[in-house]
Write a protein that binds this ligand. Structure first.
Ligand SMILES: Nc1ncnc2c1ncn2[C@@H]1O[C@H](COP(=O)(O)OP(=O)(O)OP(=O)(O)O)[C@@H](O)[C@H]1O
Ligand SMILES: [Mg+2]
Length: 264
């Protein structure tokens, strides 16, 4: 089923990997994390990645971020080879990794300063994004004055401030309690729908992946292969009711069955 508002693979590609291989070298010998890994992602898609611990998910994200050079294969962002960190990519790490001695606003402005972008333009965007993540009254606060969920939302605003076309998120909600996590999930969906970013989202939570994504990739054990590529056809926006719907449960159990195979 093709739905209005959900990008399809016929659209412009934002990310492409072909026969991608990453092998880590250490004194104990080589560790292949990715081998012959191929996938494509259209602009505006929200793609979640599920896979067993240690299978190569963060490795894939680091390659997409230009922080790690692959050992073999092709990786492209919007049709160009990825050769290093790029300003059109934003990253949200598992931990908020905020600078303790800088205010919320200055933390959000970090990519603007690092990339040498226009500070006035950046400031205007930072204000808008802090409003989007409902932290407009905390701009002058310091990280230790915020809750974990609020810090994570600062991390999301920082990941978006330089207006990247691709947002990479590595288990961004893993450290949050269940309630905050559910609120953040709904908030992230709203941000995605409002900004129409392309998102690669790593998670260990099947319901989170189903709720947020236009597509979910289930990866095998290391070196990661794609075991299943599932289009999530739930209508947008997804709400509390979505979580209780029969189709939601069906998609979750389909993915759970596939995911449990990776544990054998
Ligand atoms: N810098 C490194 N040097 C050597 N081996 C590494 C390095 N980074 C990762 N690895 C290995 O590569 C494999 C994939 O690691 P990666 O961090 O990509 O896994 P992951 O899927 O993100 O796992 P998790 O779900 O636990 O975060 C693991 O076996 C890991 O031990
Ligand atoms: Mg990881």
């Amino acid at each position: 089923m093709i739905q209005e508002g959900i990008p399809t693979m016929s659209g412009e590609l934002i990310f492409r990997a072909e026969n991608l291989g990453v092998t880590y070298q250490s004194s104990r010998g080589p560790t292949p994390a990715l081998e012959n890994f191929s996938t494509e992602m259209a602009k505006g898609e929200f793609v979640s990645i599920l896979g067993p611990s240690g299978c190569g998910k963060s490795t894939l994200l680091k390659v997409a971020a230009g922080l790690l050079t692959p050992s073999s294969g092709v990786v492209e962002l919007a049709g160009e080879p990825i050769t290093g960190p790029r300003r059109d990519v934003g990253i949200v790490f598992q931990q908020p990794t905020l600078l303790k001695w800088q205010t919320v606003l200055d933390n959000v402005l970090l990519p603007i300063r690092t990339l040498g972008m226009d500070l006035e333009v950046g400031r205007a965007r930072a204000h808008d994004l802090l409003r989007l993540v409902e932290l407009e009254n905390f701009e002058r606060h310091y990280p230790h004055e915020l809750s974990g969920g609020m810090q994570q939302r600062v991390g999301i605003a920082r990941g978006l401030v330089h207006d990247p076309s691709l947002l990479l998120m590595d288990e961004p909600f893993a450290a949050l309690d269940a309630m905050t996590r559910e609120n953040m999930m709904i908030e992230l969906q709203r941000i995605w729908m409002e900004t129409r970013k392309s998102v690669i989202f790593i998670t260990h939570s099947i319901p989170e992946a189903v709720f947020l994504s236009s597509r979910v990739l289930v990866l095998s054990h290391r070196p990661a292969r794609i075991l299943k590529d599932v289009t999530i056809d739930l209508p947008l926006p997804r709400t509390q009711e979505t979580l209780g719907s029969a189709r939601f449960a069906e998609l979750c159990s389909e993915l759970r069955a596939m995911f449990s195979q990776t544990k054998k």
